[in-house]
Ligand binder design. Structure first.
Ligand SMILES: Cc1cc2nc3c(=O)[nH]c(=O)nc-3n(C[C@H](O)[C@H](O)[C@H](O)COP(=O)(O)OP(=O)(O)OC[C@H]3O[C@@H](n4cnc5c(N)ncnc54)[C@H](O)[C@@H]3O)c2cc1C
Length: 462
C-alpha cells in the first residue's frame, strides 16, 4: 500500500494530476468518495453544457422560420432533457475510469483523510478503513455549493446546482440568486425552456468579474430573451412555508417580495476542507481554503493542494494546470509557474461570454495608457449567416508597446475563440501582429483581427 503519489479527489484537478504523475513514472493512486471526474464532469462543466445544448436546439427549432424553414413548434419532456445531461456526465465519468486503467493508476473508492507521516486512511462504503502511505500526497477535494445563513438549502424549494441539474419536473418559475457563470447559465437554460426566471444580483452588474461593457450587453440580451434581472439587490430571507418560495429582496427602493416555485442559490462555492485531517496534520488554511506556495506545497512538507480547495480561480482548467505543475515540480523538472493573469474565463449562456486578461477598468487602474478596439458581430459575415449577430469583440492593448492586455467577447461561439488571445498573450504578441495574422474567412474569429485593427484605426468592415 505504498505509493509515490497519492491523489485525493478525482475532479479535473485530481485525475489530470494522477495521469501526469503516471506518465512521469510515479506509482500513483487516486482516491474518490463519489464519482470519477469530480464536480466538473458529474455536476458542473459538462452536464450544464449538455442542458444548454438541449436549450439551444429547442431555441433553433422554435426559430426555424428565421432560417427559411417551415415553422415548427418544439416540444419536450423535461425528464428526458435531464436524462440526456446525466447520460453525458456518466459517459464522461466512465471515460475517466478507462484513462485510470490505461495509465495503470490504482483507483481507491472511499472517503480519504490525511494523517501524519504521509499516510492516508480511506473508509469504504462498508465502513472498512485501510491505510495507505505516499511519498507525496496531493489534496484535490474540490468544493461544494456555498450556503448563505439567510438562504439555507433544503434541496427542494431552495436548491443548489446539483438539484438544478436533476430536477424531476420543470419549475414554472425560478429565482436565481447570484449572476456569476453558474447562475447565468442556469437562468439561460431554464428561461429558454419556458420557466419564468428572475435573477437577483448583489453587485451593480451581472457577471461581475467581466468587463463592464460586456456585463451591460449581456444584461440587455438576457432581458430581451425574457429573463428579469435585478442588480444592486440582495435576498434577505426566504419563506418556504407555502406552496413555493417567497423571497424578501432588499433593493435601493426598499424591500420587495418575489414569489416562485423554486429558488436556486448560486452565490459561489465553499471548499471541502472539513473532516479530511488537515488540522491533525497541521496543514494551514485561511478563509476556508488551503494555503499553498507557488508549487502547491502546503505548510507541511510532502502534502500538496490544488484546484478549488486553494484560493485561485475556481475553474476546471486551472485545477488541471495546477496539478500538472505540482507533479512536474515534484519530478524535478524545470517548471514554469502558472500565470494567473492569463486564465480564460467562459460563461456558456446565450450569447456566450469569454475573456482573458485585464478589463478596461483594471488596465486604467494599473496606469496603462491603452488602445481599445471593438468589432460588432453584426458586421461579421459568418455571424450573419449563422443568424447570431448579437455581441461584439473588445480588445485592449498597451498604447506604448502594443502588449495585448485584455480580450473580452460576447456572442455565439466566443468560448471557442478566446484561446487565440490566451496563446497570443502567452507569446507576447502585439496588436499589429494580430492584425497581420491572416484569419480564415468566413469565420467569426475574423472579428478578433478586426477588433485589433479597430484599435489602430485600420478596421475594414465598419
Ligand atoms: C454548475 C457548475 C458549472 C461549472 N462550469 C464550469 C465550466 O464551464 N468551466 C470551468 O472551468 N469550470 C466550471 N465549473 C467549476 C469546476 O467544476 C471546478 O472548478 C472543478 O471541478 C474543480 O476541480 P477540482 O478537481 O478542484 O475539484 P472537484 O471537481 O470538486 O472534485 C473533487 C473531488 O474530490 C472528491 N472528494 C472530496 N472529498 C473527498 C474525500 N475526503 N475523499 C475522497 N474523495 C473526496 C469529490 O467527491 C470530488 O469528486 C463549474 C462548477 C459548477 C458547480
Amino acid at each position: 500500500m505504498n505509493y509515490d503519489i497519492i491523489v485525493i479527489g478525482s475532479g479535473p484537478g485530481g485525475y489530470v494530476t494522477a495521469i501526469r504523475a503516471a506518465q512521469l513514472g510515479f506509482k500513483t493512486a487516486i482516491i474518490e468518495k463519489e464519482s470519477l471526474g469530480g464536480i466538473c464532469l458529474n455536476w458542473g462543466c459538462i452536464p450544464t453544457k449538455a442542458l444548454l445544448k438541449s436549450a439551444q436546439v429547442f431555441h433553433y427549432i422554435n426559430h426555424a422560420e428565421d432560417y427559411g424553414l417551415n415553422k415548427v413548434e418544439g416540444s419536450f419532456e423535461f425528464p428526458n432533457v435531464i436524462q440526456r445531461s446525466r447520460g453525458v456526465a456518466n459517459k464522461m465519468s466512465k471515460g475517466i475510469e478507462f484513462l485510470m486503467k490505461k495509465n495503470k493508476i490504482d483507483v481507491i473508492l472511499g472517503t480519504a483523510k490525511v494523517q501524519k507521516g504521509k499516510k492516508v486512511s480511506v473508509t469504504d462504503k462498508e465502513g472498512k478503513v485501510t491505510e495507505y502511505t505516499g511519498n507525496h500526497i496531493i489534496i484535490a477535494t474540490g468544493a461544494r455549493s456555498r450556503e448563505l445563513p439567510n438562504l439555507p438549502q433544503d434541496g427542494k424549494k431552495v436548491i443548489g446546482y446539483r438539484q438544478a441539474l436533476s430536477l424531476p419536473e420543470q419549475p414554472k418559475s425560478m429565482i436565481v440568486v447570484g449572476s456569476g457563470a453558474i447562475g447565468v447559465e442556469f437562468a439561460d437554460f431554464y428561461n429558454t425552456m419556458g420557466t419564468k426566471v428572475t435573477v437577483v444580483e448583489f453587485m451593480p452588474n451581472i457577471v461581475p468579474v467581466e468587463d463592464e461593457e460586456i456585463s451591460k450587453h449581456l444584461e440587455k440580451s438576457l432581458k430581451k430573451s425574457g429573463i428579469e434581472i435585478m442588480t444592486n439587490a440582495s435576498v434577505e430571507s426566504v419563506d418556504t412555508s407555502g406552496e413555493g418560495v417567497k423571497a424578501t429582496v432588499k433593493t435601493a427602493k426598499g424591500n420587495i417580495t418575489l414569489e416562485a416555485d423554486i429558488l436556486l442559490s448560486a452565490v459561489g462555492i465553499a471548499a471541502n476542507i472539513e473532516n479530511i485531517g488537515l488540522e491533525e496534520v497541521g496543514i494551514q488554511t485561511d478563509k476556508g481554503r488551503v494555503l499553498v506556495n507557488e508549487w502547491y506545497e502546503t505548510s507541511v512538507p510532502g502534502y500538496y493542494a490544488i484546484g478549488d480547495i486553494i484560493p485561485t480561480q475556481a475553474l476546471a482548467h486551472v485545477a488541471s494546470a495546477e496539478g500538472i505543475t505540482c507533479v512536474e515540480k515534484i519530478k524535478g523538472m524545470h517548471v514554469e509557474k502558472i500565470d494567473y493573469g492569463n486564465i480564460p474565463g467562459c460563461t456558456y449562456c446565450h450569447p456566450e461570454v469569454a475573456s482573458v486578461g485585464l478589463t478596461e477598468k483594471q488596465a486604467k487602474e494599473k496606469g496603462y495608457e491603452i488602445k481599445v478596439g471593438k468589432f460588432p458581430l453584426s458586421a461579421s459575415g459568418k455571424a450573419t449567416a449563422n443568424g447570431n449577430t448579437d455581441g461584439f469583440i473588445k480588445v485592449i492593448f498597451d498604447a506604448k508597446y502594443g502588449e495585448w492586455l485584455g480580450c473580452h467577447m460576447i456572442g455565439e461561439g466566443v468560448t471557442d475563440m478566446v484561446a487565440e488571445a490566451v496563446v497570443a498573450r502567452k507569446l507576447e504578441t502585439t496588436g499589429h501582429e494580430i492584425i497581420k495574422s491572416i484569419h480564415p474567412h468566413p469565420t467569426v474569429s475574423e472579428a478578433i483581427m478586426e477588433a485589433a485593427a479597430a484599435a489602430y484605426g485600420e478596421v475594414i468592415h465598419i
